[in-house]
Design a protein around this ligand. Sequence first.
Ligand SMILES: O=C(O)CC1=NCN=C1
Ligand SMILES: [Zn+2]
Length: 419
Amino acid sequence: MAQTTLLYNIGQLLTMDQHDGPVRGEKMGSIDVKENYAVFMKDGKVEKIAPSDELKHTDADEKIDCKGKLVTPGLVEPHTHLVFGGSREHEMALKQQGVPYLEILKQGGGILSTVRSTRKASEKELYERAMFHLNRMATYGITTMEAKSGYGMDRETELKQLRVAKKAGEDHPLDLVSTFLGAHAITEEYKDNPKALLDEMASMFDQIKEEDLAEFVDIFTETGVFTIEQSRRYLQKAKDHGFDVKMHADEIDPLGGTQLAVEMGATTGDHLAVATDEGIKELANSNTIGVLLPGTIFYLGKGEFARARDMIEAGAAIAISTDFNPGSSVTENIQLIMSLAALKMKMTPEEIWHAVTVNAAHAINRGDEAGQIKEGRKADVVIWDAPNYLYIPYHYGVNHVNTVFKAGQKLYERGDLLV
Ligand SMILES: O=C(O)CC1=NCN=C1
Ligand SMILES: [Zn+2]
């Protein structure tokens, strides 16, 4: 295990540390690119960042000639439904026939299909699935990420998912941040009384806090799920119990979830695909980060992509995410999401790099330890098979990662053909 590693002859180095805090508005459009640099990692931290010639002869357990490749911070993935049982490939045909997402849910499919599988799955099965997906996330360059519960909507299963996420976070090299999404859908038991479901989920807040099972509480505010008023009351209770809050907001119907996220001082408002002009204005004038999920819009095959350009030009701080989940965005490929952000939301490469590093880190309260390459900070670093930072969004659908370092240790290296 190398205690010291030197990366030299780096073509372009993105440190993403030019600004403090989440980067918003026009500042998202400019990044500092260091040409022909070196990064020296020691005991898991970034020890030195300097021009390659200055460090080239530094002694190190491992010295890697990056041959002009791009080097960036490890990516941060701020929104996943990592822990789940089963799969929903059988719903693809319904999607192809144009059956709307909310209609599939109303028919007892969608999230509720995954709820049935997750309730049945053992903790061991959920853990092994989560570790498998974490491994794949790492191969795409992700080194820190969020994991939601939300496929139980009963005490036993929600705690099962949260305990799986906690154990996975302890066992896996990736750093995990947990979110309690017990307010994800209205199950059969509560179909006539969604308020009772929210009360049951809120009754778990103390235990979740005591067992340190989640930092955030999230809710799906959507037609046929939870209303604005139900969401306001539930999120206020979560805040009263010391949780930071997030919202699945304005994904399909414009209920005004974006405005509620701002009103509640949510760390993030997520999806925002149909946020109104008023919602965008309030988001831009708040500390709430917009987490945009273009993969979901792409995958559902309908609806509008979030108005990222309007949000950024109004001054908002934006992050992007795969929304990895078994039904509405079944991919760990954050690099494809970067391409969709460019092609469908017209985000610039500079904005995209802020959205998958420093802003995504702040979206899960890890802005002081992830998303940047800084001396003294944990060495989460990616070497890319790419000549520059424009290349990743440009060449879509493939994995450009060459090597991933997590806390200075080589976590993944692209393999070559076996023959
Ligand atoms: O469909 C799912 O399993 C995840 C999801 N929740 C809200 N939107 C998508
Ligand atoms: Zn989601």
